[in-house]
Write a protein that binds this ligand. Sequence first.
Ligand code: TPP
Ligand code: MG
Length: 543
Amino acid sequence: MFIAEKQTPAVFQLSGGMIAFMIDAIGRLGQTEIINTRHEQAAGFAAEGSARISMKPSFAMGTSGPGATNLLTPIASSFFDSVPVIYITGQVNQKELRTNPHQRQNGFQELDICEMARTITKKVYRPETAVEAFNALKEGWLLSQEGRQGPVLIDIPINLQQEELEYASTEIDKEKLASRLDNDVHDEFRSYLIAAKRPLVLVGGGVRLGKATEALSQFLNKTGIPYVCSLLGLDSVSHTDEKYLGFIGSYGNRWANTALRESDLLIVFGSRLDVRQTGNDISGFMTNKKIIRVDIDDHELTGRITADLAIKVDILEFLRQSLNIDYKIDSTPFINRIMKFKVEHPQEFEQTDDIELNPNVLMEWLSSTFSEASGYVVDVGQHQMWAAQSIRLETGQRFLTSGGLGAMGFALPASVGAAFSLKGNWVMISGDGCMQLSSPELQTVVHYKLPIVVCVINNGQHGMVAQFQDENMNGRLTGTREGFSNPDFQKLARAYGFLNVVKVESESELLSLTKTVKKWKEGPCFLEFVVDSRAKALPKNSF
Ligand SMILES: Cc1ncc(C[n+]2csc(CCOP(=O)(O)OP(=O)(O)O)c2C)c(N)n1
Ligand SMILES: [Mg+2]
């Protein structure tokens, strides 16, 4: 009843005895769709994808023991990327729970998932009564969304699941975050702006999580400050605005990192500034510039990069109030210089000429072919970086990927979750390695006839790690190319019931495919792109 009241798009799960009563209750009520995945990890990633799109908590469920441990990876993923997911695991009957901590196990499939998940959740609950279980749901729903968002875990013993409770509605308004802004902060902020010649905004994932994309756009237009994005910030801004200067970081666009280096004031909205963004050389990153950080989580503000001005605040509130600041800059000379550099060093030139299907050209082709898609869901590896570098997002298009955890196998199930939360077609981009972690979910896509364009970038290897080996291990490719092989993806897709399946090996084939593929976008289709194993994720920047 609680789940139904919250009008969540679906509950994602893989069945098991210890959650069977709860699943049955949701099914009998008939108000929430129950989506079966082929692995609990996929259920978790699907819930994460769904929550990122619906902007409210989603539910993933798994049974006790292996079902629960299979949920640990998505729990960590949603914790690091601040996504509100409510994970519910079944637990053995309270009578079966071990009482002596030195005993390994008492009940069958008994496992202390709460202890294991404690450090990767905002809170874990092991209710002792049915009323406590209900209260945990109520509190967990609010807590997962409060302040910096993130997952909670509720581990419910099977005997509690069978109790009947009188239901009382739970519509409680989320307490508004107390403002921590005062005029002094804005005065100081303005004084940094005024002193800067080349201010630059770095947009992180926190902007969208803080529901502040619109306010950010107003702020940027009003102030005239150009901007760059981190991986998770890519879909919070317009890519067609002339102030957009690209994707930064270790594998960022060369011109975006140049802008970062040349800026004399970096204003960071909701980004952790982790090593993928700053490189290892922190002092190099900070050279010749002032840094302002705005974040809801003060633990981030005291993290790797010390800011000249650190503001702990709800980003939406900060941006709204900043619209009143009297400030405007003409950044044209700075923008023009960076754009000239971009023209001289376009992204596709990073690959050598003899690569038959340039992966950056491929990503550009995908963005023009699927300019009307709801968004892209991208896995982990070189293909992820090629996508981040070269996909041009249309306004409102989403870009989901596993940021902080970087979990291979995220994209296919997350695209399932996204497809349940927002209509329109979704482009899922995976590597050949990642696809082998998630391929059972092809069945989920076919079963629910989801409008997902499955793209596999097949370079015959764990490319990202092979690239690392190339650079650091004299090209010994143990475990990445050696010992690695793929199934015939064409046959695999057909075996799962995909009707529209194609393999592309060169840029000329791409062009002739555009029309056909556009026709396929309504239902599931499977596109395999064969990319030379010598193609790399470049440039590899250090600052
Ligand atoms: C679950 C998991 N295991 C291992 C890794 C380490 N890892 C990062 S990228 C990568 C290779 C991915 O291979 P593929 O999907 O083929 O992508 P490519 O880099 O070739 O584009 C690996 C093994 C990871 N990030 N996640
Ligand atoms: Mg690969």
